[in-house]
Design a binder for this molecule. Structure first.
Ligand SMILES: NC(=O)c1ccc[n+]([C@@H]2O[C@H](COP(=O)([O-])OP(=O)(O)OC[C@H]3O[C@@H](n4cnc5c(N)ncnc54)[C@H](OP(=O)(O)O)[C@@H]3O)[C@@H](O)[C@H]2O)c1
Length: 317
């Protein structure tokens, strides 16, 4: 019988889960094996994971029955939700309830829940520094994750609460790349003034999560934050300029201006950046780069990430 421990990975074809599956596959002597969860085992990404040696199973976090089957026999699970697919905090919460119920049903020994702060702990709904959104939230995609922490706690599940950071990959696939201004110069826009933004290469989240699984029960019951670097907008613009070989200006708009950009989620993200700026010490303090590097010795800096990824940043003109 195979004595290796199975880690069931939700979102295995995506950024966080994909990084974790790769980390497990790249370390065949670790004593762990990857069970990649996808809604479509026949998709090209799912097939690629199977070709690389992962067990690939079908499940949907909106369907607890499929999750129960997918978690069965596993040692642990990596749980993540998909806010930007539906923009619904309630749907995030129901996805978490399903994952937690399935984890309990399977008797998992270690769950990592990819969470974020419930910003209402610092900015109650009565605080008008930023608008209340969707009736009950300040930063919907944060608040619902933080609120969902207690779903795992209430069920008594052996959980590590993993506070993730802004993916630098947002510069490739989330519309946050530098854009040409009226003066023809590239401008990197962030509503954070001179405050620091903890960022990370998305693939490093999975590598850090694997580091946590490898530590056994050490971090169970704890909230651990990770980041590759804490950088000011101006430092990111300078790093982009160096990597791209052209001038990049830091365009420090106000959160209010950012909220008004009009793209889906602009208000949520405007509030998010304002929270990160207003509570920089709390937010950066919860995400130690040193700790992240201990979990994942090949943790990338922004410069290293740029050197690998700069040609993937979509630049106009
Ligand atoms: N962007 C950032 O900077 C950032 C930072 C911190 C946290 N986050 C959070 O990260 C979360 C998203 O994680 P990610 O970036 O790893 O996602 P992602 O790259 O968009 O990948 C999501 C994957 O999950 C699968 N999926 C989608 N809906 C599913 C469902 N209902 N049931 C099962 N699988 C489903 C999809 O795979 P299949 O199609 O194969 O099923 C997809 O490939 C969001 O909640 C976001 O708030 C983002």
């Amino acid at each position: 019988m195979d004595a290796r421990k199975i880690i069931a990975v939700v979102g295995a074809t995506g950024a966080q889960g994909g990084g974790l599956v790769s980390a497990i596959l790249n370390d065949p002597d670790s004593g762990f094996i990857a069970r990649a969860i996808t809604r479509d085992v026949n998709s090209p990404k799912a097939k690629e994971l199977a070709d690389r040696g992962a067990e690939v199973v079908a499940a949907d976090i909106d369907d607890v029955k499929t999750l129960k089957e997918a978690f069965q026999g596993a040692y642990g699970a990596y749980c993540v939700t998909f806010f930007w697919e539906h923009f619904s905090p309630e749907k995030e919460l129901s996805g978490v309830r399903a994952m937690a119920e399935a984890a309990q049903h399977a008797g998992l020994q270690h769950v990592i829940w990819s969470t974020l702060e419930d910003t209402r702990r610092w900015v109650p709904l009565t605080d008008d520094r930023m608008p209340t959104l969707m009736g009950n939230y300040k930063v919907p995609h944060f608040d619902s994750k933080g609120e969902a922490d207690r779903v795992f706690t209430d069920l008594g599940l052996p959980t590590t609460f993993l506070l993730t950071s802004f993916y630098w990959d947002n510069l490739i696939n989330f519309g946050m790349e530098p854009k040409k201004g009226a003066d023809g110069k590239l401008a990197f826009t962030l509503p954070m003034g001179d405050k620091k933004l903890p960022g990370i290469a998305a693939e490093d989240i999975g590598k850090c999560a694997f580091g946590i699984f490898k530590k056994g029960s050490e971090f169970i019951g704890q909230t651990m934050g990770i980041a590759g670097e804490h950088l000011r907008g101006a430092q990111m613009a300078d790093a982009l300029a160096n990597a791209l070989g052209q001038e990049v200006i830091y365009n420090a708009v106000t959160p209010e201006v950012y909220r008004g950009f009009g793209f889906p989620g602009a208000e949520d993200l405007g509030n998010m950046f304002q929270f990160k700026a207003d509570f920089q010490e709390v937010f950066c303090g919860a995400r130690s780069v040193e700790f992240s590097r201990k979990l994942n010795p090949v943790l990338q800096t922004f410069d290293q990430w740029l050197s690998q990824n700069k040609t993937r940043i979509p630049l106009e003109g």
